[in-house]
Design a protein around this ligand. Sequence first.
Ligand SMILES: [Zn+2]
Length: 539
Amino acid sequence: MKRLYYNGKFYLESGKFAEAVLCDGEFITRIGQREDLKTLAFDEAIDLKGRTVLPGLNDSHCHVSAIGASYVQVDLYNCRSTQEIVEACREFIEKNPELCENGLRSMGWNQDLFAEGERFLLTKKELDQISTEIPISLQRVCGHVTSVNTKLMEIAHVDVNTPSPEGGTIEKDEKGEPNGIFTENAIHWIESFVPGYSDEVKEEFTIRALQHAQSLGLTSVQGNEVGGPNTTGEFRIFRKIYEEGKAKIRFRHQICFDGLEDMDTFLEGEAKEPIYKEGRLALGPVKMFKDGSLGGYTALLKNGYRGNPENKGVPVMDYPFQESFVKGVADRGWQVITHVIGDQAAEETLDAYESSFGEEGNTLRHGLVHLQITDRALMERVAKLNITAFYQPIFLDYDMHIVEERVGSELAATSYAFKTAEDLGIHVSYGTDAPVESLNPFPNIYSAVTRCDLKGFPEGGFVPQEKVTLEQAIDAYTTGSAYCEFKEDIKGRIKEGFLADFTVLDRDIFTIKTGEIKEIKAAMTIIGGEVVFKQDETL
Ligand SMILES: [Zn+2]
């Protein structure tokens, strides 16, 4: 099928645009003016009515299954007090008895949004007000802390004597009793005692989440879904969706393993499934976690938290394990990306990467996901080792209000250093970490370009010298994200021979005020030359 898309404003590169693009099947074959391309043969011509078109946007790190799960979970993102959380959960249980008969889980609460005096992590005391009959686990918005009720701890036999697992904590109150707060590696374990959703429910909400991604203008997503005890099951769900052609968006897995043994089982089994060889579902890097979150005080900081320097965060992986794990994965020829928020987490991860490199350096394109708290020397080291940054500029919306309180203003001013990364020539990609933040790419681009929160605060931007240009932000979201997948030669640019993936906008991102970028919507999403989403029929 040959399709001519014409009367568009196709962004080729900074300051360069084309009016028409001819696609043959999945690929772009010609770019030019409509007059030139009209003489060529095509089966269908689509008038874009002057709309601006970007290369298809590619979210370099998000969690599609968790976005899907949120469709069948109580919404805690908008709760502004513990009382609101208790009431929302009670109401949800009452209205959705079939979803809650074996337990309740959700995520999204954030104590920083509560009134002063109430800004503490939820404990069993609050959760017992929801129910003492079914097990409950409610994750904080960051996913690095969860709070559970007494019933769940009873089922899991957690008592005063239960030790914290490696790389995680079971928090205790003054009397030494578990208070219901679990962090990092303890979360997976405690949540394994709450029955999950059936495969049918999971498949349904995953498809919905993938369609949602397309409707936001995304043509590729790199999703960290699979890991922990349910790895095989999660792979199967994605495979089934793509085998049955129920999703069009390109998807690359970021995969968690408990260790090398776990990975070898995967290499002998799942990794051999033919579907991953070609098509739109791909296997990607091994994803590791080095630390937690700034909001939950579990990010690893070199000098500890402001006002409480003894608290340096939670090391999710100790260094000796990390070094041998990275080495083992690299020896098997696989890329590694690691969740790092704090500066100490980044330094140790760079040490582990560096020790795994041969003479050629970072040929496997190992990356750092988040890379939030940094100073100049750390950024220079990232550049020198040629490490890829997986950034989420939208994190600024919340973090700019807490980062100084957590790490002090000096370190805050050199953190979220998006412009420094560009200047140092670091490979940068953008994503949202959804559902931690919204999957919508436009507020994300807005955050990178303005460094304001979604209300427009502060005027001029937070640490304004770190604002990037609009073109840098678009490139990070397209060719930058493609680089993470070793696909920059066929994806992420509007160029002859490249995949025909496009994001058509409802207004011109290059001429509107920067404050309006966050309001942009995808008018149309085109994947492999085919329109997979249309905002309205006038197009
Ligand atoms: Zn994540």
